[in-house]
Design a protein around this ligand. Structure first.
Ligand code: PFF
Length: 452
């Protein structure tokens, strides 16, 4: 097993190990960096409401579909589809997923680099004393527009990802996630408690939790559903790949439920920190940009007794949370090359890793370093095109493939091997075959309403 694992594929040590790894993939910058930003830009509480519905009805459906397909075929996304429909063009779903993953990783590792850079800022004491919102914004601007710093940390995150992935599934991924994810969770709870007791917290909470339905429109729904896919790591085959390492006796339904729940819980907590803090520091709640989380977390940390240590801890754990997501992003193309093209794990990891790094250069230069990339908001554009639209398209085809091409009856049979009763099966099948595909077509239609 050990040997086989180093060269080809392994199996999770236990169901718990899988859940930690899948939760590690899901929880990351999407929850702490991107979620508050999209909430801020899309009307606040009404977005949160649509988001929760999207996770419960659409996200869960796709998650279970991906895990089922993965476990049944024991393969990467391309191989999984080829296994079920040999030689058919449906394989393009897998290729689309691989392409999407590489593009997502290219900007994600840049932002992960910001988190790593902030560990050093925290160590240097930059977030201490009477920190004001203006000072914190300046720290972010200085950092994110300095190409040297951004590149060093971007390269560091890519390097760490390459290193961990080249060591194989079990040894690489399991070891990290088991200890550090719970630590991050505890720290976020602590920060949320502090934020909720700030003066002005109520007003921030009202924007976040009290929906104003006049702000509901197609763009809000488009971003909420896209964010659900991004945050749950769906639509590009990550969960197919992770599912391929699950044992036949595990319960896929409860696994999908748990991962969706934990991921959503953390995102909601991040919002509970950001919005009260914004109001308390006299900042508008609805103009969040790419730097929002990086500008606001230092402020709340500065309000915490022991904030120096907690600051170091917070950005370290955020970096680790990002890493458990970057490794899941890189694992998809790597498992494809290893399984289907017989590449060695090392070669696959290095080739894709270096390619992704080059692809990420414009994103790294788009927060102030190079005017052209900054003006066209390159990072934001790639995040939207691949982290939103492409994932939605991928999820649509995964539902169609599992529901109609492979066939829902066979999928149910696969699920039954670890969950013979599966009470929600008819609801799931309905969502898989009708609700989710129609909802995705509906949101894709709203792309045309976007401006700027
Ligand atoms: N779910 C991750 C996050 O929220 O940070 C990002 C991500 C990882 C998206 C893996 C897609 C993916 F396949």
């Amino acid at each position: 097993m050990e040997n086989q694992e180093a060269t080809t594929r392994g199996i999770w040590g236990s169901k718990v190990a899988f859940i930690f790894a899948a939760t590690g993939s899901a929880i990351g910058l999407g929850n702490i960096w991107r979620f508050p930003t999209v909430v801020s830009q899309n009307g606040g509480a009404v977005f949160v409401l649509v988001y929760i519905l999207a996770v419960a009805f659409i996200g869960f459906t796709v998650m279970l579909a991906e895990l089922t397909l993965g476990r049944h075929s024991q393969r990467n996304p391309v191989g999984a589809i080829d296994h079920i429909k040999p030689g058919s063009p449906w394989k393009f779903i897998g290729y689309l997923g691989i392409l999407t993953g590489v593009f997502i990783l290219s900007f994600y590792a840049v932002v992960a680099g910001w988190a790593a850079g902030y560990v050093f800022k925290a160590v240097s004491g930059a977030f201490q004393g009477e920190l004001t919102a203006e000072m914190s914004n300046q720290i972010f601007t200085d950092f994110s527009s300095d190409p040297l710093q951004v590149f060093i940390f971007f390269a560091l995150m890519m390097g760490l990802t390459i290193f961990i992935i080249s060591k194989g599934v079990k040894k690489g991924i399991e070891k990290w996630t088991k200890i550090l994810m719970p630590a991050l969770f505890l720290l976020i709870v602590l920060l949320a408690v502090r934020a909720l007791t700030l003066p002005g917290a109520g007003q921030g909470l009202s924007f976040y939790l009290n929906p104003d339905f006049s702000k509901l429109n197609g763009t809000v729904i488009l971003f909420a559903v896209g964010q659900a896919f991004f945050s749950l790591s769906l639509g590009m085959g990550t969960m197919i790949t992770y599912g391929s390492y699950i044992s036949k006796s595990d319960n896929l339904v409860s696994s999908a439920g748990w991962v969706s729940f934990a991921d959503t819980f953390v995102a909601l907590l991040a919002g509970l920190i950001i919005f009260p803090t914004l109001v308390s520091f006299g900042q508008p709640v609805d103009v969040g940009g790419e730097g929002l989380a990086f500008q606001i977390f230092p402020l709340i940390l500065s309000k915490l007794p022991g904030g120096y240590i907690f600051g170091i801890l917070f950005f370290t754990l955020l970096t680790v949370a990002a890493l458990t997501s970057t490794i899941s992003l890189l694992e998809v193309p790597v498992s494809y090359l290893v399984d289907e093209k017989n590449w060695s794990r090392k070669k696959a990891v290095w080739v894709i890793g270096i390619f992704t790094f080059i692809l990420g250069i414009p994103s790294a230069l788009s927060t102030g370093a190079v005017e052209f990339f900054t003006k066209i908001k390159f990072l934001g554009f790639i995040a939207f095109a691949f982290g939103n639209i492409s994932l939605a398209v991928g999820a649509l085809f995964i539902c169609v493939f599992v529901g109609y091409i492979w066939g829902w009856k066979k999928a149910i049979k696969e699920i039954a091997s670890g969950n013979p009763r599966f009470r929600l099966r008819f609801i799931w099948v309905f969502s898989l075959m009708f609700l989710t595909p129609i909802a995705i077509l509906f949101i894709l239609y709203f792309i045309k309403t976007l401006r700027g």
